[in-house]
Ligand binder design. Structure first.
Ligand code: BGC
Length: 395
């Protein structure tokens, strides 16, 4: 009541200079439950009794975007996006300094999602997400990236955390081993992922190793080598207890269960039985199991609402016409799928469309890619608004 009175008073006093009172950002966020009173130990599906935490970093980006939208119906929808749980990408060493404020803010009924993403020679088969560490610099990865994250997580044993380990890295070693860049990155990827799994193996952490998507390791010829690659790195790490399985469709566009699948009429479709992510999860999981690795999955549904947009299955950059997909939930209808999650923060670019940029990748210039687009990870307001308009379910 007091706050409301104050707001009314201030608003009436300044109506002559300001069009509308500015609401404090905090008031738009859902009320916060309290943090856990004791240490958390995760076993089984960590999403079963917890919802994915809407992090401050993405919420702030989204609320700033909402504030800039003049269409009030669209602005209200944008505001709603700020309450959707989303993973936070720790994509540089300096980003680690932003993590603690999130750990302090995660309530007991939620699980914080973080993406571990800074391997040396990162994104070896593309250019848009090349990282800060050169291929071979495993020492810096361990001592200045993984070790400080471990130290930080150890300070917050009462907080449940889900980690996605290094998107695209091991899949690239399976299918892009012909590229010199991936050859140069290979040892560092294996050693780096193994180190991450070993060191981040804390009771309150559940880890998912990235397995690409159905249009990548789902090809007949890639399924077994893919499972072997993940399982072998998992074993090198000493089979850490807190590895829960694998992630799929991270920053991807595949439907969960569209049938027949989106690319099932392509001429090469007979070589891929994993035409949607559900089939991929259900096909890949048993292979992982027989190779001795835990095999539960989480699937990114952040931007997969609309199908039929890509010219080719491999088109990955800022797909034009995309929409926000199913909100994070553990209600997947598939016992192998722990949860649908939002991993790629919708509105952040996949890569620049500026062909003169250092990290320009030709996929971001294709006719099915949204243009103009800024550098990977940077906000693209027009793209964000498109995702809202095309969302299924709608906001
Ligand atoms: C970029 C990262 C960014 C992430 C989430 C990746 O493609 O390389 O810098 O944090 O997307 O937007």
């Amino acid at each position: 009541m007091k706050g409301l009175y104050f707001a009314t008073l201030v608003a009436s006093a300044i109506t002559s200079t300001l069009a509308a009172p500015v609401e404090p950002v905090e008031e738009k966020r859902a009320p916060k439950a309290s943090s856990c009173a004791s240490a958390v130990t995760l076993s089984g599906n960590p999403f079963a009794s917890r919802t994915l935490y809407p992090n401050l970093a993405y919420s702030s980006e989204v609320l700033a975007a909402a504030a800039s939208i003049t269409d009030s119906a669209l602005a209200a929808k944008a505001t709603a996006v700020s309450n959707v749980g989303t993973f936070l990408w720790i994509d540089t060493i300096s980003k680690i300094s932003k993590v603690e404020q999130e750990l302090q803010n995660i309530p007991c009924n939620q699980i914080g999602g973080f993406v571990i993403y800074d391997l040396p020679g990162r994104d070896c088969a593309a250019k848009a997400s090349n990282g800060e560490l050169a291929a071979g610099d495993i020492t810096t990865y361990k001592s200045q990236y993984i070790d400080p994250i471990v130290t930080l997580f150890k300070k917050y044993p009462n907080v449940a955390l889900a980690l996605i380990i290094e998107p695209d890295s091991l899949p690239n070693l399976v299918t892009n081993a012909n590229l010199t860049t991936c050859q140069n990155s290979a040892d560092g990827y294996k050693a780096g992922v193994a180190y991450a799994l070993q060191q981040l193996n804390l009771p309150n952490v559940a880890m998912y190793v990235d397995a690409g998507h159905g249009g990548w390791l789902g090809w007949d010829a890639n399924l077994k080598p893919g499972a072997q690659m993940l399982a072998s790195v998992y074993k090198t790490a000493g089979s850490p207890k807190q590895v829960r399985g694998f992630s799929t469709n991270v920053a991807g566009w595949n439907s969960w269960d569209k049938s027949p699948g989106e690319f099932s009429t392509a001429t090469d479709a007979k070589y891929n039985k994993c035409q949607n992510e559900k089939t991929y999860v259900d096909t890949f999981a048993p292979l992982l199991k027989s190779d001795g690795m835990p095999n539960n999955a989480i699937v990114d549904t952040g931007r997969n609402a609309v199908t039929g947009l890509r010219l080719e299955w491999g088109d990955w950059c800022n797909v034009n016409g995309a929409g926000f997909g199913v909100r994070p939930t553990s209600n997947t209808g598939d016992s192998l799928a722990d949860a649908f999650v939002w991993v790629k923060p919708g509105g952040e670019s996949d890569g620049t469309s500026d062909s003169s940029a250092n990290r320009y990748d030709s996929y971001c210039g294709k006719s099915d890619a949204f243009k103009p687009a800024p550098e990977a990870g940077t906000w693209n307001e027009a793209y964000f608004e498109m995702l809202i308009k095309n969302a299924v379910p709608s906001f």
